[in-house]
Design a protein around this ligand. Structure first.
Ligand code: ADP
Length: 400
């Protein structure tokens, strides 16, 4: 029995989930938001109830102390050393990490060297790690990379057709994202398939979204690219486009580079095309109500997902299962339907309309037995995967 803390640090937030391992029991979870502000918000779950406080949190160090104090105050732990390890989500592991890694000087400096590839994320992860290190100096920490699962891709799947100099000198290539989620879904999804040759297409459709093709537990291809702006169209991100779109918009609008970059990340996708909202639910509702721009937005969204599924079907040579997951994939039957309607003929999918529409946030098979491809909804659990990876990495390093 050991308590393991899964940590996800952003530039102004710290999310945590405390597990009893190996039982995988969630003891508590919470978030500190608006770190660096006088009115930061700290939320922690105590016996299923949310306890929220607004207070000044000047930096991540203060945030970690706040979390630890709350764990003691609410008698979740009686001393800090009850926490046997922390597992930190790290967005960019570059070409260095195929697996999770124990935090040491080497791991730290590699993550640091990758800051240019993921400036906001990797920097924040290290700030978070430093803050935990100060409060829990003897507790081992593990880095769990969003990119690690995708490191099994072949060069033809991850290289960009750019000058060799850029790929080599600047390490510009596809790394993918959401790898921790895709790995979790791949492992769980495969338990629902028979035989020893399992090929799946996993659709992680949250506000950030990516699709991965897997073969026997390994990633073969993934839609996100160098950054999270690549791949399929998302709530607010463009996904893949002709690279000259960027140049033309820049030239014609007279806006600066940073503005266009932010617009392509935060004001495009479903939001940009519909002009309605950065939450897919609002766009979905507007489309159902007949709003033309919203209808175009969801059609475009579904088309691009269908195209990727088609591409990955060919890449895998066959597909046994398609999984829908994350905010939209788990909850929005209508959005799944838009996708399924576009792929069902080519892939021989027969699905149950009612089961699809009724499934929200639970594991369900939405295809019928006669379907050539099994289609499932599986809720993802990145934090649990981080806790599992942390335990596994400690064992690998002979740390009890
Ligand atoms: P992320 O972790 O990338 O922020 P999530 O996987 O939590 O994303 O997904 C968030 C998005 O999922 C929301 O912006 C919304 O578009 C969609 N979503 C969340 N819940 C629902 C729901 N109940 N019905 C439909 N869409 C939902």
């Amino acid at each position: 029995m050991a308590k393991v803390m899964a940590v996800n640090c952003g530039s102004s937030s710290l999310k945590f989930k405390l597990y009893e391992m190996p039982e995988e029991k969630v003891i508590t979870s919470g978030i500190v938001e608006r770190i660096g502000h006088k009115d930061a918000i700290f939320t922690i779950r105590i016996d299923g109830d949310k306890v929220t406080k607004t207070l000044e949190v000047s930096d991540h160090g203060v945030a970690v102390q706040l979390v630890m104090d709350a764990l003691i105050e609410h008698k979740i732990i009686s001393s800090y050393d009850e926490i046997k390890a922390t597992g930190h989500r790290v967005v960019q592991g570059g070409p260095y990490f195929r697996h999770s890694a124990l935090f040491n000087d080497d791991t730290y400096s590699k993550i640091e060297s990758l800051i240019p590839l993921a400036p906001l994320h990797n920097k924040a992860h290290l700030v978070g790690y430093d803050a935990f290190k100060k409060v829990l100096p003897h507790t081992p920490a593990v880095a769990v990379f969003d990119t690690a699962f995708h490191q099994t891709m072949l060069p033809e799947d991850y290289m960009y057709p750019i000058k060799k100099e850029y790929s080599e000198k600047y390490m510009i290539r596809r790394y993918g994202a959401h790898g921790t989620s895709h790995k979790y879904l791949c492992q769980l999804g495969e338990t629902y398939l028979d035989g020893d040759d399992k090929r799946m297409i996993i659709c992680h459709l949250g506000s950030g979204a990516s699709i991965t093709a897997t073969h026997n537990g390994r990633c073969v291809a993934t839609s996100m690219g160098l950054t999270p702006d690549g791949g399929i169209m998302m709530n607010t991100r463009t996904g893949d486009m002709d690279p000259s779109v960027y140049y033309q918009v820049l030239k014609m609008s007279g806006k600066d580079n940073e503005t266009i970059f932010q617009e392509f990340n935060k004001q495009s996708g479903l939001y940009g095309v519909s002009g309605i909202s950065n939450d897919s639910r609002d766009v979905e509702d507007a489309a159902e109500a007949g709003n033309k721009d919203a209808i175009l937005a969801v059609n475009l969204w579904a088309r691009r997902i269908a195209d990727f599924i088609g591409q990955y079907y060919v890449r895998l040579g066959r597909v046994d299962m398609i999984i829908f997951s994350a905010g939209i994939g788990e909850n929005a039957g209508i959005m799944r339907k838009y996708v399924l309607e576009r792929i069902k003929e080519a892939l021989g999918i027969v699905y149950d309309e009612k089961v699809n529409m009724d499934t929200r946030g639970t594991i369900a098979t939405i295809s019928k037995p006669e379907s050539k491809v099994k289609v499932m909804v599986i809720p993802t659990d990145e934090e649990l995967m981080i806790a599992r990876e942390t335990v596994k990495t400690l064992k690998k390093n002979n740390i009890e």
